[in-house]
Write a protein that binds this ligand. Structure first.
Ligand code: GTP
Ligand code: MG
Ligand code: ZN
Length: 341
C-alpha cells in the first residue's frame, strides 16, 4: 500500500510517532495489516480487548489502525481503530441485536447480482437502501450477461427499483461490459462487493486484477446457488489505484440503524410524487388526493414498490427504537482525542 493512500482524514487522527496501517484481511481474529512498506500479521492488544464492548468496535477489513510492530517487526499489535468514514454493516445472523461490520471506509458498494435465476429486483432494492444508509454510493453490477437472453429487460427492472443508481451488465469470463464498469474504479477509493454466493464476486475481482487471486467455484446446477467459496473478507489493490474488497456471499443484508431520510433517497420516485399528495403527512394509504396511489392506479408504479417502501420505514423505526434503548457504544473510549491507548 502506497504512502500517499493515507489520506488527511486519517492522518489527522495520529499522534506523533504513531504508526498506522490498513487492515486488508481478517481470518479468525488474525489480521493482516498493510503498512507503508510491507504487510504484517497481528492481533488486537489485551488492552483493546478489555475496553471493547461491542463487535463493531473491533477492527474490520478496510479500517485504518494504529499498530506497534514486535518480534523484530514481523508481527503487530493493534492499539486503536481510527475513526471510520463510512461502514457497511448488517445485523448479525441469529436473534441477537448486534451489528456486524462488513467493510470499513468504503466509498462505493458494488451490489453484485447474476442475470440468472438469482435475479431479484426486490432484493436489489433492499441492498440499495442499505448502501445509502452506510454513506457509500451504490452501484449495481449484473453478472453472467452471457447466460441471459433478455438483459435489456432485466436492466429496465433494476432501473425501476433503483432510479438514478449506476448499473452495469457484464460477462466476467470474456470481459464483456467491463470497460464501462471501469468508470466506477476511481483512484484512491475503496469499493466493497456484496451479493449472494455464486453471483461471481470473486470472478469479477480476478478479472479486474488480471490474475486468479481469489478462488471461484461453479454454482449448484439444480438451484443456481453458490457454494460459499469465499470465506473471509479481503482487500485488494487494483492497477487503477482503487481498493476492492471481496466478501463471502450472503443472501440478504439486514438493515442496520440509519434514519428515515435514507429511505427517501432510495425511493426518490415516491418522494417526488409525495410532494404532490394533497396532505403533507400523507401515508399513501387511503387518503384522498394521494399522488402515489394515483400512480399505482395508472400503472405507472408497481404496488409492490410502495409495499417495500412501507416495510423499510417500519424496519427502520423498529431498529431506531432498539438502538435508542439498546446497546451502549464504546466509541468515545476508542476514538477521538481522549481515546484509551
Ligand atoms: N457464464 C458466466 N459465469 C460466471 C460469470 N461470473 C462468474 N461466473 C461463474 O460463476 C461461478 C461462481 O463465481 P464466484 O466468483 O465463485 O462467485 P462468488 O460470488 O465469489 O461466490 P462466493 O464466494 O461463494 O460468495 C463460477 O463458476 C464462475 O466461473 C459470468 O459473467 N458469466
Ligand atoms: Mg467468492
Ligand atoms: Zn400520498
Amino acid at each position: 500500500m502506497k504512502r500517499n493512500d493515507f489520506i488527511p482524514f486519517f492522518k489527522d487522527q495520529l499522534e506523533t510517532g504513531e504508526q498506522a496501517g490498513r487492515i486488508t484481511r481478517l481470518t479468525h481474529g488474525l489480521y493482516t495489516i498493510a503498512g507503508d512498506e510491507r504487510e504484517r500479521n497481528g492481533e488486537v492488544s489485551g488492552r483493546f480487548h478489555h475496553v471493547v464492548e461491542v463487535d463493531r468496535d473491533y477492527p474490520a477489513v478496510g479500517d485504518w489502525v494504529v499498530f506497534e510492530p514486535y518480534d523484530n517487526g514481523e508481527r503487530a499489535k493493534i492499539h486503536r481503530v481510527l475513526t471510520r468514514k463510512a461502514v457497511l454493516s448488517r445485523k448479525k445472523a441469529g436473534g441477537s441485536h448486534s451489528e456486524q461490520i462488513i467493510a470499513a471506509n468504503v466509498d462505493a458498494v458494488f451490489i453484485v447480482t447474476a442475470l440468472t435465476q438469482e435475479f431479484n429486483p426486490r432484493r436489489i432494492e433492499r441492498y440499495v437502501q442499505q448502501v445509502y444508509e452506510s454513506g457509500a454510493r451504490p452501484v449495481v453490477v449484473c453478472t453472467k450477461k452471457d447466460l441471459c437472453e433478455n438483459p435489456a429487460e432485466k436492466v429496465t427492472a433494476v432501473e425501476a427499483v433503483a432510479p438514478g443508481v449506476p448499473m452495469y451488465a457484464v460477462d466476467s469470463l470474456s470481459g464483456h461490459g467491463i470497460t464501462e464498469l471501469k468508470e466506477e474504479l476511481k483512484q484512491g477509493e475503496t469499493i466493497s462487493l456484496v451479493g449472494s454466493s455464486g453471483v461471481g464476486k470473486s470472478t469479477l475481482i480476478n478479472y479486474l486484477l488480471g490474475k486468479d487471486v481469489q478462488e471461484t467455484q461453479n454454482v449448484r446446477q439444480d438451484d443456481d446457488r453458490g457454494r460459499h467459496t469465499t470465506t473471509h473478507r479481503e482487500l485488494f489493490e487494483l492497477s487503477t489505484g482503487t481498493f476492492i474488497i471481496d466478501t463471502p456471499g450472503m443472501r440478504e443484508l439486514q438493515l442496520w440503524g440509519g434514519d428515515e431520510g435514507d429511505v427517501d433517497q432510495t425511493f426518490s420516485d415516491i418522494d417526488r410524487l409525495s410532494e404532490t399528495c394533497k396532505f403533507r403527512d400523507c401515508k399513501h394509504e387511503t387518503e384522498p388526493g394521494c399522488a402515489v396511489q394515483l400512480a399505482i392506479q395508472k400503472g405507472e408504479m408497481e404496488a409492490d414498490r410502495l409495499k417495500s417502501y412501507n416495510k423499510l420505514k417500519r424496519e427502520l423505526k423498529r431498529l431506531e427504537l432498539k438502538d435508542r434503548y439498546g446497546t451502549h457504544r464504546t466509541n468515545r473510549m476508542l476514538h477521538g482525542p481522549n481515546a484509551i491507548k
